[in-house]
Ligand binder design. Structure first.
Ligand code: F6P
Length: 540
């Protein structure tokens, strides 16, 4: 997208130059109502984007960029089932997962909404039976613990949401998550569990992911060692997948499989059957609340004017900093401990979707794409890395996420938490001038440059509904950016090479075969072989 091809891009470049010496503090000085004026709200979700390095002209130019790139056409194409995942020739219909029953979403002439609700019904039935104790394990005992086995999109979404919504899970089983092929993960998860009361939910869209299948096989061995009845697998293992054949090959009865479809990307799959472990934790009623929240944001994204559209604005602001201010990273800072895994979830959503350097047209992207997404909950981050945000040499736009009403009654805590949230965005934006007094060598140290931009996103309470809204907000932000950058946000070819090389190396570790990698990789493998051989000699 060279500036000669794109008037809006060129306009933004010139405008960025014009704003070089603009300060957020000055913008607030000349616009007394800037805070409320640059706040938009949809269905309780508030976005205050006033503490950004922008004027109304910036917003206008960014909206023109979205128009020039035909973002509205892209949105409509995605919602209506066009094959916008061009490299895999697939539709992208995670929005259909939260479409109310009776809505029609056609894919190749077939309405997918009844299929979605059919699976939701089966999930609800199953989770009710498990939660009520009706579903019995092989020894006749009811299920006390659910272990979700999956990785990437088959782990991060349900794990993040189960942690976030734990207060809605008081009458459900203990739900745990195992993702890593590192055996410590599974070993630590299983160490205090009883096979007779444990249910495994094996989640994998492809059902070929080596980490997940390795963990699932080990878990199956652990179960059979404890229960000693091969028929136990049917009572203790269910699968969530888009690949019935592989599920059956693994030994899970397809009757115990919850289906989703190739038009749901892994990192967009929390609202599909991939959310089964979450539903087991919070119950189907609360799960449906989450779907409703996401649907509310879907409708907003599809219908609100670009300039009043929360996901579009978030996406455009990200483009503004990534492409015109050269921001390499973007921090997501939830001021709520329950959202501790949200940054990790958003890392996959954003970086696996838009971390691309080849466009939808197969050519190198002419502009930078996704930033590095990272973050930790506040206030912990303040005592760890905020120093760099305030006084470092890196420019890091931030999203602060706050919840207005807490779900605990510990006096004083929530005021302190929210005061810290508001104070950090204030300090980042406005800084603090050099003190007039004090030792000269310390005055500069005590100066805060300010002019560091942030968004503040507020929700009334952390509920399944508002979490669904937040998830959809960020999904659509990612879509907005990917569409404008011209990349396909729904494939992930880049993860393949590492998988292929690992498969080759794993077969070399237990041998003495001559190695033909580079000298570093060869050396590392030899070092590992020595340790492995020494352990074998020691009988470990
Ligand atoms: O390797 C990356 C990836 O394909 C992600 O996109 C996906 O979420 C994850 O692996 C897990 O894939 P699956 O659900 O097929 O096991």
């Amino acid at each position: 997208m060279s500036s000669t091809l794109s008037p809006a891009w060129a306009g933004l470049q010139t405008h960025r130059h014009d704003l070089t010496y603009t300060r957020i503090g000055d913008l607030f000085g000349t616009e007394p109502n800037r805070g409320p004026e640059l706040t938009i709200e949809h269905d309780g979700v508030v976005l205050d984007y006033s503490k950004n390095l922008l004027t109304s002209h910036t917003v206008e130019l960014l909206a023109q960029l979205a128009e020039e790139r035909q973002l509205s056409v892209g949105i409509e194409a995605m919602f209506s089932g066009e094959r916008v995942n061009v490299t895999e020739d697939r539709a992208v219909l995670h929005t259909a997962l939260r479409a109310p029953a009776g809505t029609v979403v056609e894919l190749d002439g077939h309405d997918v909404v009844p299929d979605v609700h059919d699976v939701l019904g089966r999930m609800a039935d199953f989770s009710t039976r498990v939660r009520s104790g009706q579903w019995r394990g092989a020894t006749g005992e009811s299920i006390r613990t659910v272990v979700n086995i999956g990785i990437g999109g088959s782990d991060l979404g349900p794990a993040m949401a189960t942690l976030a919504l734990r207060q809605f899970a008081s009458d459900g089983p203990d739900v745990r998550f195992v993702a890593n092929v590192d055996g410590h993960d599974l070993a630590r998860t299983l160490h205090d569990l009883d096979p007779a009361t444990t249910l495994f939910v094996v989640c994998s869209k492809t059902f070929t992911t080596v980490e997940t299948l390795t963990n699932a096989r080990t878990a199956r061995g652990w179960l059979l060692a404890g229960v000693d009845d091969h028929a136990a697998v049917a009572k203790h293992f269910v699968a969530v997948s888009a690949n019935t054949g592989e599920v059956a090959d693994f030994g899970i009865d397809p009757a115990n499989m919850f289906e989703f479809w190739d038009w749901v990307g892994g990192r967009y799959s929390l609202h599909s059957a991939i959310g089964l472990s979450l539903m087991l934790a919070i119950g189907s009623g609360q799960f449906h609340e989450m779907l409703s929240g996401a649907h509310s944001m879907d409708r907003h994204f599809r219908t609100a004017p670009l300039r009043q559209n929360l996901p579009v604005l978030l996406g455009l602001l990200g483009i503004w900093y990534r492409n015109f201010w050269d921001a390499q990273t973007h921090a997501v800072l939830p001021y709520d401990q329950r959202l501790a895994r949200l940054p990790a979830y958003l890392q996959q959503l954003d970086m696996e979707s838009n971390g691309k350097s080849v466009g939808r047209d197969g050519r190198a992207t002419p502009v930078d794409t996704a930033a590095v997404i990272w973050g930790e909950p506040g206030t912990n981050g303040q005592h760890a890395f905020f120093q760099l945000l305030y006084q470092g040499t890196v420019f890091v736009p931030c999203d602060f996420i706050g919840v207005l009403e807490p779900d605990h009654d510990l006096p004083g805590h929530h005021d302190l938490l929210m005061a810290n949230l508001f104070a950090q965005s204030e300090a980042l934006a406005f800084g603090k001038p050099e003190p007039a007094a004090g030792p000269s060598e310390l005055r500069a140290q005590r100066t805060f440059p300010g002019n560091r931009p942030s968004n503040t996103i507020l929700v009334p309470r952390l509920t399944p509904y508002s979490l669904g809204q937040l998830i959809a907000l960020y999904e659509h932000k990612v879509f907005t950016q990917g569409w404008i950058w011209g990349v396909n946000s729904f494939d992930q070819w880049g993860v393949e090479l590492g998988k292929v090389l690992a498969t080759r190396i794993v077969s070399e570790l237990a041998t003495e075969d001559v190695l033909a990698h580079d000298s570093s990789t060869n050396h590392l493998i030899r070092r590992y072989r020595q340790t492995r051989q020494a352990a074998a000699r020691a009988g470990k």
